[in-house]
Design a binder for this molecule. Structure first.
Ligand code: OAD
Length: 238
């Protein structure tokens, strides 16, 4: 069944994106073959314990990913979501699990980066979160309190609480259309968002393959994000 916007009097859209939307920009996903978790163990680079044990290794992992952002650009899927946000007459919230800045660079405004942002650093001494475009080094100083050696990537690691969950669940509970794009449906709470929307809401998954929670969606569209997302946006704005 397709989505018919005419059915909804106050249509609110919530979109959840994952690494698959940035894959065609040249950023590796996590779980596909050749993905980040094939080359690195989560326990070595993406937990608070790993950072406690070996901060240099963890910083190197994120420094490399941060540098890579300078070599990639938003793709047609990111751009289509901007067009949807600009032209859709109802509210639209874009929740992303991605820590890249491609949605923001494409021009999306209403974004919740629930797993943090590569281009921000957080100070363990004073808690300040600041824009950080260069490497985080052992000697890097916090721009607010001036302490050296206290900065960590502003990334939600395994075992930590995703950001802005109140805002996310409020939007999910009030939406008429929920769209998940390019996410494997393996990491909670994001994988469970499809079950937090009202029963009458339409739910649609766009992914190369059916995700782990694909059966929870009313509609599934398989294929590359750069093809399926502009297609869908064209239908919604028709
Ligand atoms: P995954 O790597 O788990 O899944 C990416 C999904 O995108 C897969 O299901 C692919 O089939 C699909 N995909 C790949 N290329 C695509 C394309 N061109 N078009 C459409 N779909 C495509 O990435 P996430 O689901 O985002 O968390 O991973 C969720 C979280 O797990 C990440 O935010 C990260 C990770 O561990 C943290 O680091 C906290």
């Amino acid at each position: 069944m397709g989505y018919d916007p005419v059915k909804f009097s106050a249509p609110a859209i919530v979109i959840l994106t994952g690494a698959g939307i940035s894959a065609e920009s040249g950023l590796a996903t996590f779980r596909d073959s050749g993905g980040l978790w094939e080359k690195h163990r989560v326990e070595d680079v993406a937990t608070p314990e790993a950072f406690g044990r070996n901060p240099e290794l963890v910083q190197r992992f994120y420094n490399k990913r941060r540098r890579r952002l300078g070599e990639v650009s938003p793709n047609a899927a990111h751009r289509a979501l901007v067009e949807l946000e600009n032209r859709w007459p109802g509210p639209l919230l874009l929740i992303t699990q991605n820590v890249d800045d491609l949605h923001a660079r494409a021009g999306s405004q209403n974004i919740v980066p629930m797993h943090g942002e590569l281009l921000k650093a957080r100070c363990l001494a004073c808690g300040a979160v600041s824009t950080w475009e260069e490497d985080i080094l052992p000697a890097s100083h916090c721009r607010r309190c001036g302490q050296p050696g206290q900065l960590r990537p502003h990334i939600v690691w395994f075992g930590e609480m995703p950001l802005e969950l109140d805002r996310i669940y409020t939007a999910l509970e009030g939406c008429s259309l929920f769209i998940a794009i390019g996410t494997s449906g393996t990491v909670y709470p994001a994988a469970g968002f499809v079950e937090a929307v009202p029963r009458q809401a339409h739910t649609l998954e766009i992914n190369l393959e059916i995700s782990d929670v694909g059966s929870c969606f009313k509609e599934r569209r398989q294929g590359a994000a750069t093809e399926r997302v502009p297609e869908l946006v064209g239908e919604l704005l028709k």
